[in-house]
Each structure stands twice: as C-alpha cells, then as structure tokens.
Design a protein around this ligand. Structure first.
Ligand SMILES: *[C@@H]1O[C@H](CO)[C@@H](O)[C@H](O)[C@H]1NC(C)=O
Ligand SMILES: *[C@@H]1O[C@H](CO)[C@@H](O)[C@H](O)[C@H]1NC(C)=O
Ligand SMILES: *[C@@H]1O[C@H](CO)[C@@H](O)[C@H](O)[C@H]1NC(C)=O
Ligand SMILES: *[C@@H]1O[C@H](CO)[C@@H](O)[C@H](O)[C@H]1NC(C)=O
Length: 489
C-alpha cells in the first residue's frame, strides 16, 4: 500500500545497498552495508544435485540457514551456516565423517583450499571447537573475504580452517559478539565495521517464512520491506547479569501466550524469563513446565524419547499463534512456523519447542516470525513482527536512526484470522483451561540419537555450543553455548 508515503521515513537510511548479486560485482564504492541472501537448506536452486540431494534437503525443510562467502584470491565460494549464538567463522567440514545425504550436502557447500589462494596466511594456531554433538579442529588463517551481493572485500580476516571435524556438514559463520567480549581477535562482524564496510556494528536478520524459503541478512543496515511499523528496542542483558554469563543476545521475555483461532489469548504461567536469540538453533528451548503446557495445548501429552512433541500436522493449517511478548512488542508465531514438518510418509509433525533446563533460547521456530536487528553498538535488540513486501536493503549511518525507521509493508502476513489486532496478553489465565488447540494427536515416536547438550562456560571464544542431531528428523541443530549456528527444522 502507501509505499511512497512510508518511504519518506526511510530517508534516514543514507544509502541503499546495491541490489542483487548479479549487479553487485560491478560496483566498487563503499555504500555502508552489505546484504546477503539467506538460503534455506531446502532451496533446490542452490543445493540440488542431479543425484537426489534435493530430496534429502527437502527432508530438512526449515532446519538450517546459510549465507555464501567467497574466500581467497581468486575467490572460492563456500556456504556457511549463520549463527547468532556463536562468535567464530570456520570452514571445511570433513564430509567423510557424515553419511549419506548429509555427505552430499556437505560437498555442495564448498571447500576452501588455502593453497589456491594467493592471499591466504596461516597464523599457525589451532584449537578445537566443540558442540553438543560434533566438533571441529581448526587452524587459524587470515585471508580476504568477499561477500556475494557486495562489492566489498574484507582483508586479513581471521577464521578457522578445519583440519578435522565430526558431525558437521558445513562451516559456521558465528555472528555473536567478537573482540573484547567473546573472542581475542576481530571476528567477522567486527571486521565489517573496522574496515568501514558498514558504518554501524549491527545487522538485521529476516530468515524468511517456511514458504518463502529465502531470507536476508543485512550487515550495517536494514530492509524496510521486511516489516511494518516501527521497531521496538530491547536492552541486551549484559553477560554478567545473564543466566550463563556468556555474552549472547539475551533479552527479557515477559510472557508466552497462545491465541487459538477465533479464541481468546491465554498466558502461560511462569513464562517470564530471560531468553537468548539463536539462529543456530533449529528449535526453541524453554523450561520443562512451560514447554509441557504449550505441548498440551497442541494435543501432545508427552515427549518422545528424544524430547520431541509429536503433534497433528493439521495444526499447520490452523490460523492460531503462539505469542512471545517483550517490553513493548509481541511476536506472534503462527502454528505453521512453530512446527517442524518432516516429509516422511505419512508426514510427521513436531512442536518446534523442546524442554531444556540448561538453555532458554528462541531458535528458528521463533526467529522466522520476527524481524530482528542485532545492535552491537548500543547492546540492543530491535524487533518487530516479520512480514515481506519486497526487498529494499539500506545502510544505516547512525544506529539511533533505527528509532525513526518505519517498515514499508502495509500489513503483517502473519496477522492471521482471529488474531490480527489482538492486544497484548491478558494478565491472568487459568492453566487448567481446556486445550486451546483442537487436535487429535496420536503419540508416534521418532527415534534417533539423543540429546546431550554441551555445557558452556566459555568466557573467551567459541566452543561449548550444543546441538543435537536426530537422523529421522533430518538434522536439528542447537548451538547454544558459545558457538553456534544452524537451523534446520
Ligand atoms: C581434534 O584433536 C584432538 C586432539 O588434539 C583429537 O583428540 C580429536 O579427535 C580431534 N578431533 C577430530 C574431529 O578429529
Ligand atoms: C575507516 O574510517 C575511519 C573514519 O573515516 C578512518 O579513520 C579509518 O582509517 C577507516 N579504516 C579503514 C580500514 O579504511
Ligand atoms: C487462515 O487465514 C487465511 C487468511 O486470512 C485464510 O485464507 C485461510 O483460509 C485461513 N485458514 C483457516 C484454516 O482458517
Ligand atoms: C525423505 O523423504 C522422502 C519422502 O518425502 C523419503 O522417501 C526418504 O526416505 C526420506 N529420506 C530420509 C533420509 O528420511
């Protein structure tokens, strides 16, 4: 709708990012931001092969999100998983340690050969990055990194080249806090700012809905075509005050509630908690009692042996939402986005929330419905409901401009029947209310390996993230602790 009217508010955004990848190669001057398309693992245009990888990827629908980097001189393209929950970049997973479709997928993400780059330099230092499942032994290198979709080149960027890895089928781009917080060197996000590719140390993430299968991350800027209205600023809880004392994107969640189709919003008890935003986690992890209460409303009485709550796939077509409230903004997550759909025969569906006493995090099952700015300048998260009405990435000259920016979309796509216009959660609710969601669920099991979550405790750099893999689920990643990235659900 009134696109031109709203557009005027975007004048604060000094420069438009240059357009699409095809155009970008030709441009050469600093425009202050870089936007990278985010590729869902299900996008066959990027990852399909003539040998059936496509099918396997489809099984991992909405589990992971990738961006393409080009490393070295001449540039070697590699895909890396985007992870707001970790701090370091590494590439070159050992594909021989993963099997079947995962190995094929792993080969497709690309490898970087240091010997083929005239600008590669080894730093001679190594370390092991550990995850709940999987690990990578890396050696640090520096090299030039160019960004698909941008004329900018970052020089002398430090990152890890894996000499060995286990249970990892792509590298990881950790975009959490860097030097002075979580790393001893300038990480990727730091370098973008230091090398003046961006004017602010901030980036915005729009993963894209399951149906759109493509999102965008804009480093140093925002995309006003991915939301409506204004952004709400939330303080990031300082590491020292956070539950695990790790510098992550911790924010205060005020409540979780459910808005069934044509129903009344109902708040879950004890749903006020600090949570961190982790694009590296396929699932959202919440405390056991809260998870159980939500699962019950989705018709699931008990989790399977892996901790997954199987739900009726019919719920993905129901216009209800689970609403996550923060101070001044509520993100309404449609049932469909909150569901992990496994295209087995017959299809199986699982609630995108799992119980964890160790981590309380909002993963991809939440983030797909939010438009989020990770502001490392003022240590804030700026957030609103995600929608999509095109593409207009633009650079930010000053982080304060965010308070005046308005999205150009007329209406949120996720404003669904019976929910649009609903107010914030009502204060009281009886936890004993009948199930809010009509369902006829049967308790089927999915098997798989299980569930250890690595503990964290990192005070310096990457490592200690946690993730899980269940083969029948396709992969599910949970990078918690210090490293992280991924998403497949
Ligand atoms: C990484 O190195 C350690 C010892 O330095 C070794 O025990 C471990 O097996 C290696 N990891 C992999 C995935 O090879
Ligand atoms: C970035 O810009 C600042 C201020 O304009 C300048 O002082 C600095 O040298 C620039 N850094 C690089 C790497 O160009
Ligand atoms: C959900 O809402 C959309 C748009 O308002 C509508 O097209 C669709 O039919 C609704 N679905 C159900 C199951 O009510
Ligand atoms: C993936 O899904 C297809 C059906 O959609 C099924 O035939 C195939 O066995 C599945 N693969 C795995 C590894 O689950």
């Amino acid at each position: 709708m009134a696109q031109s009217f709203f557009y005027s508010t975007s004048l604060l955004l000094i420069a438009l990012c240059f357009g699409h990848a095809a155009v970008l190669q030709q441009t050469t001057h600093d425009v202050g931001c870089v936007h990278l398309p985010i590729v869902h693992s299900t996008n066959v245009n990027y990852f399909s092969s003539k040998r059936g990888v496509q099918l396997q990827l489809a099984n991992r629908s909405d589990v992971a999100y990738y961006a393409q980097l080009s490393i070295g001189t001449p540039p070697q393209p590699v895909f890396v998983q985007l992870d707001t929950g970790s701090f370091e970049l590494w590439v070159n997973p050992d594909c021989t340690t993963v099997s079947g479709a995962d190995a094929l997928f792993c080969e497709r993400v690309g490898q970087y050969e240091t010997t083929r780059s005239s600008t590669a330099a080894s730093l001679g230092t190594s370390r092991t990055l550990r995850y709940g499942i999987g690990s990578a032994n890396i050696t640090y290198f520096t090299d030039t990194i160019t960004l698909a979709g941008s004329p900018m080149a970052l020089r002398g960027v430090q990152f890890g080249v894996a000499t060995a890895s286990e249970d990892a089928f792509s590298g990881i781009l950790g975009i959490g806090y860097g030097k002075g917080y979580a790393t001893k060197y300038l990480n990727f996000v730091d370098q973008l700012r230091v090398q003046n590719v961006t004017k602010v140390k901030a980036y915005t993430l729009a993963l894209g809905s399951k149906d759109s299968r493509e999102g965008v991350i804009v480093f140093g800027g925002i995309d006003t075509s991915k939301f409506a209205g204004s952004l709400t600023k939330l303080p990031i809880i300082p590491a020292a005050d956070s539950p695990d004392r790790v510098p992550r994107f911790w924010v205060d969640m005020k409540s979780v509630s459910i808005t069934p189709p044509n129903g009344v919003n109902r708040v879950y008890p004890s749903s006020n908690a600090p949570v961190f935003l982790d694009s590296g986690s396929t699932m959202t992890l919440l405390p056991q009692s809260l998870t159980a209460a939500i699962a019950k409303d989705f018709g699931a009485q008990a989790p399977d042996s892996n901790g997954f709550y199987r739900i009726d796939c019919g719920l993905t077509t129901v216009n209800g939402t689970v609403d996550f409230a923060f101070d001044g903004v509520t993100i309404k997550v449609p049932y469909k986005e909150l569901t992990r759909e496994v295209p087995s025969d017959p299809p199986a569906c699982f609630l995108g929330i799992m119980a964890s006493e160790k981590f309380t995090l909002l993963g991809d099952t939440f983030l797909r419905s939010a438009y989020t700015v990770f502001d490392l300048e003022t240590d804030s998260i700026w957030m609103t409901q995600a929608t999509s009405c095109g593409s207009s990435p633009a650079a930010l000259n000053n982080i304060q401009d965010l308070s005046a920016v308005t999205g150009v979309c007329g209406r949120t796509e996720s404003a669904v029947d019976g929910t649009s216009g609903t107010a914030l959660p009502s204060p009281a609710a009886d936890p004993a209310d009948a199930a809010a969601v009509p369902t006829t669920n049967a308790g089927v099991r999915a098997s798989g390996t299980s569930s250890s979550q690595g503990s964290s405790g990192p005070t310096t750099t990457t490592s200690g993230a946690s993730r899980r893999s269940w083969s029948e689920m396709g992969l599910v990643w949970i990078l918690g602790a210090v490293a992280g990235l991924h998403l497949f659900i």
